[in-house]
Design a protein around this ligand. Sequence first.
Ligand code: YSA
Length: 328
Amino acid sequence: MDLEQIKKSAINEINNASDVKLLEGVNVKYLGRKGVLTNILRSLKDLSMGDRRKIGPKANILKKELEDLIGKKKNSFINFSKDDLFFDVTKPGLKISSGHLHPLSKIDAEVRKIFLSMNFSVVDGPEVESEYYNFDALNIPANHPARDMWDTFWLKSSGPAKSKFLLRTHTSPMQVRFMETHNPPFQIIVPGRVFRYEATDMSHEFNFYQIEGLMVGHDISLANFKFIVEEFCKKLFGPKIQFRFRPSYFPFVEPGLEVDIKLGSGSWLEVMGAGMVQRNVFDAVRYNPDEVQGFAFGMGLDRLAMIKYKIPDIRLFYNGDLRFVRQF
Ligand code: YSA
């Protein structure tokens, strides 16, 4: 074998050696005491001066080259035991963790989808609102005792603004804003964030989400509202859901009512306020209350999520604990 052939087959065998033991075999075969290359180097002394000068340096360079290659290959095996190199194809794979929606975003998407399927349009509104839209236009003038129903974050007003500003306490101001710029008939929902200056507990946050609903047209009655609510509840929670209507009071509806849903524990949770739009609200937007009627509702999105996902405390949605969020 000449040196070129030896080089070719040695490199080939080094590359193919799949563990330290096989590599050691290659080392012995070429560089060991009786190795192929060692024998050539040893027999140099028997060659003529001319051949020795021709073959000697080449054989030594090749020896160095093979030692380097074997050394490098050996290093690549360090830290790997034989077991490490064994790939168990029957082992279950590692789960790749990917981002996903927060439970409130999930229920928000679901609620929108249900109302879209019932021909409602989705409208957006401002979180910083004027006192006029949040209260006055909704038949809640200054000093009206009903303002106590909504503990308010007031904003420091800058400049000679006529109306004071606040963080909206409910999504109802969008009823007025929408009616000011649209003519009936229409049916809309307004999902959005609302703020209340109040203490928190298991079912109350100071920052939460509501979905406002408003349907205005000719001959709209409370029966239409009951049908929509029933359809909505069944689509969101399934056909066995139990809910009840209770008479209630909001200055911008007459009559007013609230809707509760029965929890697994047997107790009831209030999920929305609602009613038939009050004449004074229609007056404020220059609709003729003798010609059009409408119902409106405002539901707590967080409360719907609590029921749907069986969450006992609303504060879990906001405390940023990833162990909670990752369960959805
Ligand atoms: C009433 C009549 C209408 O024609 C239209 C809308 C309304 C609802 C009214 N704007 C309102 O805000 N009523 S409410 O104060 O009773 O809140 C409505 C729903 O929001 C409640 O039923 C509850 O589900 C939720 N909610 C209220 N305060 C909350 C809350 N959710 C979490 N934390 C709070 N602090």
